[in-house]
Design a protein around this ligand. Structure first.
Ligand code: IPE
Ligand code: IPE
Ligand code: MG
Length: 257
């Protein structure tokens, strides 16, 4: 049980133990990136097919999006399908491609009510038409919303994203519209899918894997990384608050002293 006392959110266990989870008046990460991992292992532990893990993971997405919105996070980027995930069995890929529709069919109205803006980050080429259509409808219907910016990284790969940016810049150099010397960090950042977003302040990865798996390599140069062994379907808003509490305890130096 969480209880609000002053500006602190505390865990209500008994009268003696009121443990602060995170400081609501402290810095809330503006942009949180999430590698939602461990759905398959969650299902395997229960002798269920992997897709049952993905279905269960969708419930976690709903809970964490609400929690993030509730505490004033501005941007959430959820890694839903990587450019490498095409290597999975056809049946699993087909199911994952149906999830955006399934998620949005039950959630879109509430997201609209919450003033959430939904967007897809990634390469639409290669995605089934029904998946693109579901994302387009969500983007279109939430385009003018000014609340939480909710990004789904779908058919997303950081290296593909960088290749696309460098090709576009090379074309501009070839056309003579820019000089090679004009290419700088800011210009590269502007050619990524995340062009109008701040870099993530915090990365959360579940399931005990300690790697980035081709997720926002450029954008996460100075992101605080937080890993947990909890599998994504078991991840709750209390775990999420714990990540924020630990983030608040870190000193971000960016190379300075
Ligand atoms: C994350 O869970 C979901 C996606 C990658 C789409 P996994 O499916 O990777 O689950 P594990 O890692 O096999 O347990
Ligand atoms: C990363 O998880 C991709 C997503 C969560 C969508 P993976 O399960 O695909 O990553 P690896 O293969 O363990 O690195
Ligand atoms: Mg995995």
């Amino acid at each position: 049980m969480l209880e609000r006392i002053g500006h602190m959110l505390v865990r209500k266990a008994n009268q003696e133990e009121k443990r602060p989870v995170f400081d609501e008046a402290g810095e809330i990460p503006r942009h949180i990136a999430v590698i939602m991992d461990g759905n398959g292992r969650w299902a395997k532990m229960r002798n269920l097919p992997r897709i049952a893990g993905h279905r269960s993971g969708m419930k976690t997405v709903k809970e964490i999006v609400k929690a993030a919105d509730g505490i004033g996070v501005k941007t959430m980027t959820m890694y839903a399908f990587s450019t490498e995930n095409w290597k999975r069995p056809r049946e699993e890929v087909d199911y994952l491609m149906k999830l955006p529709q399934e998620f949005l069919s039950t959630e879109l109205e509430e997201l609209i009510e919450r003033n959430v803006r939904v967007r897809m980050l990634g390469n639409p080429e290669g995605l089934p038409a029904h998946t693109i259509e579901a994302m387009n409808i969500a983007e279109e219907r939430t385009r003018h919303n000014t609340g939480l910016q909710l990004n789904f990284a779908l058919n997303y790969g950081s290296r593909t994203e960088l290749v696309r940016a460098f090709r576009e810049l090379a074309r501009q150099v070839q056309a003579g519209t820019i000089q090679p010397e004009e290419v700088d960090e800011e210009m590269i950042a502007r050619h990524l899918y995340t062009s109008d977003l701040p870099d993530p302040d915090l990365l959360i990865r579940t399931s005990g894997e300690i790697r980035l798996s081709n997720f926002m390599l450029w954008q996460m140069a100075y992101t605080e990384l937080w890993f947990t062994d909890v599998l994504w379907p078991d991840f709750t808003k209390e775990h999420f608050y714990q990540a924020i509490a630990e983030y608040q305890g870190r000193a971000r130096r960016y190379g300075a002293v």
